[in-house]
Design a protein around this ligand. Structure first.
Ligand code: PMP
Length: 449
């Protein structure tokens, strides 16, 4: 029963890992965009296992491929070859522009970014790496240096060689905003413009130059960026910012890394990869989450030149990376995205959803911002639209709970956990969006009463 689960959880599972809701959900089954608890209640899953179940829970085609592979071969390690790996590598490489054609298969986003850090350092012969405030690139000791979002961050003894730089946040603006847990600045003013007309872009570029010219970062190894920040609450950058930043980084000998862990595989709709929405070509691309629809797998893709720089330095090994199960599932996911036109669906349903949620911003004083692209949407809750102070956590928790009671699961993000994150499986439909908007509307109305 449920109480026994709670007991076991308390006794044997680490308290460092937190769960949503005062009474966490105990889920038993999933089918496409729906989840079911033990009592048979169903929930529309608008967070897809933290932006991971890209094509739907237990998708029949992915399941059939997984079951076939399960009966054939599970594991070989990387010292032997097997067809699913080579078939997958060919399919994945075809989705990236030249010269991004060399693939390293690993098991999680943190591992992928660890490897990308190694590559950047091996290739550039430099140490220092820049990432944004508010960035989330993993929680392994190496990637913690890159991660700069609130409570996930820990300073490691001896330092990490990583330097945070101002996040070019279109909503919050550069004037006194902060993504730091310890910052005294709790009142955050907003910039209030759209990515394609953001007045603050040049100001952000000046800030970026300042970071580059500080002593630790004079000659840098690399620069990491999520095309849209996920954990930080779906934060978007001004149009053209990344392009200029990439040029500045390359002029100092660094390589540019796009972390596509959340933004890749068609989620943003208009493009298959998030970096394409910024019109940039990274030197290294990392991916995880949606790549395996929930099966643990991840990848790093780079140029032959950078791959060679790493191979010259060391032998790299990963027992599970590219195992037959993961590769067979990865191939099936890519086929489903194509056959079912899921990228097009992200674009169409995502645009529809953004417009519908944006209406809530006009109606409710506490909805400060509705933003995003495709099926990656953030709804930032504020005390009022003038100060844009984050709505207190307990109040956001209540709205979150109320959505759950009405059968809608959404995610959370931002430094004060004030942003609802929406990222359903890419098979989501317009009637389901209508249901979600209705639920959200009711939860907000209840809150205002
Ligand atoms: N990069 C990004 C952008 C992420 O959102 C995450 C996970 N939230 C990671 C990397 C780390 O992935 P993992 O949890 O698989 O290590």
């Amino acid at each position: 029963g449920y109480n026994r689960v709670l007991e076991i959880h308390k006794e044997h599972l680490s308290p460092v890992v937190t769960a949503y809701f005062q009474k966490p959900l105990l889920l038993h089954q999933g089918h496409m965009e729906w989840l079911f608890d033990a009592e048979g209640n169903r929930y529309l899953d608008f967070f897809s296992g933290i932006v991971t179940v890209s094509v739907g829970h237990c998708h029949p085609k992915v399941n059939a491929v997984a079951q076939k592979q399960l009966g054939r071969l599970w594991h070989t390690s990387t010292v032997f070859f097997h067809p699913p790996m080579h078939e997958y590598a060919e399919k994945l490489a075809a989705l990236l522009p030249e010269p991004l054609k060399v693939i390293f298969l690993v098991n999680s986003g943190s591992e992928a970014n660890e490897l990308a850090m190694l590559m950047a350092r091996a290739h550039s012969n430099n140490i220092d790496i820049i990432s944004f405030r508010g960035a989330y690139h993993g929680c392994s000791p190496y990637t913690l240096g890159l991660t700069n979002v609130g409570t996930y961050k820990m300073e490691l003894p001896g330092g990490t060689g990583c330097q945070p730089t101002m996040c070019p946040d279109v909503f919050r603006g550069p004037w006194g905003g902060s993504h730091c847990r310890d910052s005294p600045v709790q009142t955050i003013r907003k910039c209030s413009c759209a990515p394609d007309c953001c007045q603050a872009k040049d100001q952000y570029i000046e800030q970026f130059k300042d970071t580059l010219s500080t002593s630790v970062a004079k000659s840098i190894a690399g620069f990491f960026a999520e095309p849209i920040q996920g954990v930080n609450g779906v934060v978007q950058y001004p149009k053209g910012f990344l392009k200029e930043a990439f040029e500045l980084v390359r002029a100092r000998g660094g390589v540019c890394i796009a972390d596509e862990v959340q933004t890749g595989f068609g989620r943003l709709g208009s493009h298959f990869w998030g970096f394409q929405t910024h019109d940039v070509l990274p030197d290294i691309v990392t991916m995880a989450k949606g790549i395996g629809n929930g099966f643990p797998m991840a990848a790093v893709i780079t140029t032959p030149e950078i791959a060679k720089s790493l191979a010259k330095r060391l032998q790299h090994f990963n027992t599970f990376g590219g195992n037959p199960m993961a590769c067979a599932i990865g191939s099936a996911v890519l086929e489903v995205i194509k056959e079912e036109n899921l990228q097009e669906n992200s674009q169409e349903v995502g645009t529809y959803m953004l417009l519908k949620f944006a209406k809530l911003r006009d109606e409710f004083e506490i909805v400060g911002d509705v933003r995003g692209k495709g099926l990656m949407i953030g709804i930032e809750m504020v005390q009022d639209k003038i100060s844009c102070r984050p709505l207190p956590r307990e109040e956001v928790n209540q709205i979150h709970e109320d959505c759950k009671h009405m059968g809608l699961l959404v995610g959370r993000g931002s430094i004060f956990s004030q942003t609802f994150r929406i990222a359903p499986s890419m098979c989501i439909t317009k009637p389901e969006v209508d249901f979600a908007v209705e639920v959200f509307h009711s939860a907000l109305t209840q809150h205002m009463e």
